[in-house]
Write a protein that binds this ligand. Structure first.
Ligand code: RP5
Length: 165
């Protein structure tokens, strides 16, 4: 199976990014985690991305806050899909990172999830890999049916609670 690269702009992003790592573990998808910055280590980020396909990666997840150019820079150097996680920082509630991640020019897409949406980034990466992997696809089906069962249970509970008021 191809690996997922989980790249973050700073170790300070890991509190959020670990939710993506946990989700990839849940699906037993192989991954590598790195700190690389579009601004502080631009050459390392470009080099990683240029070689990602040859190094067995199928998807790159890139998380960054503030002027969040990491996902875009990684996407500029590869043809494998890049998923961006805008990280919320002290100012602007993450709107700065959201716009910097999502507003890519035509030709260089970054599939951007919600601000701090690390778990969804991992699920999207798994969905991409599952296009060529039936076992992964079945795990995704199970995740969806478990989720639906969870909501059905909450529905029953809330109906009962409302009746007991
Ligand atoms: C971004 O700047 C990083 O992704 C991080 O979200 C933010 C702050 O980085 P640190 O100053 O905490 O290293 O590049």
């Amino acid at each position: 199976m191809k690996k997922v690269a989980v790249i973050m702009g700073s170790d300070s992003d890991f509190k959020v990014v670990q939710k993506a790592v946990l989700k990839l573990k849940e699906f037993s998808v192989p991954y590598e985690v790195h700190v690389m910055s579009a601004h502080r280590t631009p050459d390392a980020a470009a080099e990683f991305s240029k070689n990602a396909k040859d190094n067995g990666f199928g998807v790159i997840i890139a998380a960054a806050g503030m002027a969040a150019h990491l996902a875009g820079v990684l996407a500029a150097h590869t043809t494998i899909p890049v998923i961006g996680i805008p990280i919320k920082s002290a100012n602007f509630d993450g709107m700065d990172a959201l716009l910097a991640t999502v507003m890519m020019p035509t030709g260089i897409p970054v599939a951007t999830v919600a601000v701090d949406g690390a778990a969804n980034a991992a699920i999207l990466a798994v969905q991409m890999l599952a296009l060529c992997d039936d076992e992964l696809s079945e795990k995704l089906e199970k995740m969806k049916s478990d989720m639906a069962a969870g909501v059905a249970k909450k529905d029953e509970d809330i109906i009962r609670k409302a009746e007991e008021l």
